[in-house]
Design a protein around this ligand. Sequence first.
Ligand code: AMP
Length: 344
Amino acid sequence: MTEIRTIGILGGGQLGRMLSVAASRLGLRCHIYEPGAAPAGDVAWRVTTALYEDEAALRAFAESVDVITYEFENVPTSALDLLESLRAIRPNRRALAVSQDRLTEKTFLNEIGLATAPFADVPDKAALPAAIDAIGRPSILKTRRMGYDGKGQVRIEDGPADWTGAPSVLEGFVNFSAEISVIIARGADGQVAAFDPGLNVHEGGILRTTTVPCGLPGKLTTDAVLIAARIANALDYVGVLGVELFVTPDGLIVNEIAPRVHNSGHWTQAGCVVDQFEQHIRAVAGLPLGDGKRHADVVMENLIGDDMARVPQLLTSHAVQLHLYGKGDARPGRKMGHVNRIVG
Ligand code: AMP
């Protein structure tokens, strides 16, 4: 591989923004491709504002970069096919395919020996009654594609079941005691560096806080890291991978994987010398991974919608690292920034 100077990033949200900042610290530059508004554009070398169907724009973007990565996994297949014919995409297409589709994802996880919630394929509304018979109630119906932050999900309780409107999977309800996640980096040479697992608290389907250390016994945190490493190896993964897990009395169950830097890894900005964004850039650029060892206890809290009113107070708080994404409109449910609070 030739030396990498310019990284193309598909998606221009806050993850792309923080990746661009990390790249710039390593003397690299980023070109953002984003059809809509791009908070990443403020800090990147270049921005292309074009649809994923715009072949000429995709081609020009690819030709201006040395390697392509993404901060958003729902990039259309046709765009990826064209881009991949011109430049390497890291993480690879298999990682994307697996994480874009909940049915493919769960099947893959079971195939490599990892536990998931019991699930059934529900291709259409007519298939729902048989799936409910097989999985039971309560359960959760989730669209196979394009779901995030709890969107595209329907809880199935005792009453009649709503339909999501798109091909779905029905998942058995997991009685978990906690939700944790592991953020792991894997280099092109197979070197792996995992961050400490974090404890995640969601509100209304959206991540509210991540706390490290997660307070779980050492055996469970080791299991969590081993699960993440198994997934990364099985996918021949290059980059940072987020793995969300449920803690149950029977051990850990994988909820979902994200083939990118992850909201529950933002704490690493204050807790580690090399954070998840820099690890991802290092991996994608073919550089050695850095030291991801945790040197502080951190609580990361997302600033969502009206939370922005707290910014003046946060600016004068002790041991608080504030990250704002430069988004204009603080709509309810919109992630506007986050804070990393050092707690020990
Ligand atoms: P997801 O979009 O799949 O990450 O789901 C969003 C949130 O819904 C998760 O973080 C859990 O809190 C909850 N959830 C998802 N799947 C299940 C399940 N099978 N059983 C219980 N809770 C779930």
